[in-house]
Design a protein. Structure first.
Length: 318
């Protein structure tokens, strides 16, 4: 007679996993390889996920950090996170065939920044130093036109040359709550600061955080699938933690589950960052099911229907 298996509840957050920008970026690499043959160069990880990158390498993509590492005569794709203006300019100067996989919602922030600059504003960018999206957004304007705000302390300390002439943009993958706390500080200090018409944090980041918040209080353990380099995935862990999960951790796949911790949890929450493929979630669920009796409940806070169009150059690829 087989021993009775331990039962656990799994709360599956929805939406989770791929967003429209990630889906588009991956398709741009796949379709470029289909159209132009291998190798196709990709500047920076197309999205911040090893599994995605490894799969594309298997298809003929070559990942590099800088445009200088690409030959002139092969296509190059720019990652979903966006690039400084100098990058397409350099590609153009070298007459390269480049495809821009910058998420349209990141490009939207680039355009906002340019408009604010044209209106003569000094721009505050809320984001994380060194993240490629921040490097890309800052690189839309000449050095000195933007100041980075990373923390509430930065928001308190920032000194403006002309306090009446400020504007604000943000990274797309931040914590909604932390960002709004920083914006409140800036609004109090600089009442005339020009704010985004609708906030720059994207729909996917917002929805994934909302879904994690909906389950967090009930979770003994929240598992978020995503890479250490993925800003939006890391924010999900923090949001879950703040919203009441007893424990919250980032895992790259089923292989990195700490079973001693899972053993102690009765209710396990599961979500995945915008760059984590759904098959990784399936893998975690399968691993849980192989060890325990699972009562699974999906908690869906909203439905997503966003789709972004591919670049014109690739519309002829089936
Ligand atoms: O994980 P990602 O590749 O990027 P970040 O969350 O680190 O910005 O997800 C796609 C998001 C974009 C742009
Ligand atoms: Fe675009 Fe948001 Fe997805 Fe980033 S997380 S690719 S900004 S939709």
């Amino acid at each position: 007679m087989s021993a009775k298996r331990t039962s656990k509840t799994v709360l599956l957050a929805a939406p989770r996993g791929f967003c429209a920008g990630v889906d588009r970026a991956i398709q741009i690499v796949e379709k470029s390889i289909a159209k132009y043959g291998a190798p196709v160069y990709v500047r920076h990880e197309i999205v911040h996920n090893r599994h995605v990158v490894d799969r594309l390498v298997g298809m003929g993509a070559v990942f590099v950090e800088e445009l200088e590492d690409c030959p002139d005569d092969r296509p190059v794709v720019f990652s979903a996170h966006g690039v400084p203006k100098s990058v397409p300019a350099a590609a153009q100067a070298r007459e390269m065939n480049y495809l821009d996989a910058t998420c349209p919602l990141v490009s939207k922030v680039h355009v906002e920044a340019e408009k604010h600059a044209a209106a003569g504003h000094h721009i505050l960018l809320i984001g994380h130093e060194g993240h490629p999206e921040v490097v890309g957004t800052m690189g839309q304007l000449p050095v000195g036109r933007m100041s980075l705000i990373e923390t509430e302390e930065d928001a308190h300390k920032f000194t403006a040359e002309d306090p009446e002439n400020l504007a604000l943009v943000t990274q797309t993958t931040l914590s909604v709550d932390d960002t709004s706390a920083m914006i409140d500080i800036l609004k109090t200090r600089f009442p005339n600061i020009a704010l985004p018409y609708k906030e720059d944090i994207c729909y996917a980041t917002t929805n994934r955080q909302m879904a994690v918040k909906a389950i967090a209080e009930r979770c003994d353990l929240l598992l978020v699938i995503g890479s250490q380099t993925s800003s939006n995935s890391k924010r999900l862990v923090e949001v879950g933690d703040k919203a009441g999960a007893d424990n919250a951790m980032l895992i790259s796949s089923a292989d990195s589950i700490n079973w001693d911790i899972v053993d102690q949890a009765k209710v396990i929450g599961l979500s995945a960052g915008a760059s984590a493929p759904e098959y990784l979630t399936d893998g975690v669920l399968a691993a849980l099911k192989s060890k325990y009796e699972i009562d699974m409940q999906e908690v869906e806070v909203t439905k997503e229907k966003v789709i972004f169009r591919l670049p014109r150059k690739l519309l002829d690829v089936a």
